[in-house]
Design a binder for this molecule. Sequence first.
Ligand SMILES: C[S@@+](CC[C@H](N)C(=O)[O-])C[C@H]1O[C@@H](n2cnc3c(N)ncnc32)[C@H](O)[C@@H]1O
Length: 341
Amino acid sequence: MAGTGTAGRKYSERESRMIRRIRSIYEFISIPFVAVFLLYNRRIDPGYGLTFRKKLRLVFRMYRNTRRIETGTSYRAHVAMAAKILEIAPAVEGAIVECGAWKGGTSANLSLVADLTGRTLIVYDSFEGLPPPTEGDRWAHGLATGAFRGELEVVRDNITKGGVIEICDLRKGWFSDSLPSHEEPIVACYFDVDYQQSLHECVLHLWPHLTKSGYMFIDEYTRLDYCGLFFSERWWRDYFDRPPPGLMGAGTGVAVGHFFLGPQRDQAPIQAPNSAAYTRKDFYGAWDFFPDEEPSVRPGGGAGGATGPDGWTPTSVSIAEKAARKRARNAAKRAKDKGSE
Ligand SMILES: C[S@@+](CC[C@H](N)C(=O)[O-])C[C@H]1O[C@@H](n2cnc3c(N)ncnc32)[C@H](O)[C@@H]1O
């Protein structure tokens, strides 16, 4: 199909084919780079005994699964999730949860990570495709009802072929019926559920089960208004009485070696979003500086504190924290020098 550039210039069939080819060559040749840049990481828990060979094999299997099973997400997103899950110590109890499986392409890959880390993968889906729209849900449409239908047996087969079915628990039903009875602690969950109503249900029912530094990933990160849930002060105050956690990768996804400047509408066809976005249970994503108010209003334990009274962890190191670390290092050095005198 011929594409259209931002300025409206048509891409010929030939040009579009060439672009698709370049993209798929890039995906293939970048496998070792994805393995190095995403998984050469000392935060990966040594308890998992992952050699570089095993990491490369994992990345290759993930790539191959996304070629063999029709899927809406890229292997880069799956490797990014694997990287974060592998940082979680084996002693932290918790399952990996996926909401929205379609044909099970992502499920197969998440089952590989679950197997490596000794965890269970729980997959929630209607296995009947998208639900009818709820009024007010701006991303839902009646014409899409039943789209992305992947029957439970198809998903099971695909996981069996590309992943590890023995550690998977497939739970069928609409999220509004199935998620409220979820019980297990969760170290990481992934939502690829398209609709606002579906995302609302996933976050509402599963957030309480996330472990202290547990991860919540989403697929629809190119929709800024959808990402807005993670920055909505009203939503988080009303449902959880806390500030919003924010979202890493809102708009363009976390950086996994893909080329995508956004927005998705009218993007240059050679670019494509191939990533995921995520937040963590202890993140803090509120703007709390209002200098014109007397006194300035700040919700407790905000991003400025290393770990505030409410337990938030800032996503980058503040000047105050850097200075405190330096003072601690200098004090330790002085104590060591004194001891050796
Ligand atoms: C875009 S597909 C997921 C694609 C999949 N992650 C992949 O990698 O190929 C969206 C999925 O969400 C499911 N879904 C969306 N809303 C749902 C709801 N409220 N209850 C149950 N399943 C739902 C659909 O059945 C569908 O399988």
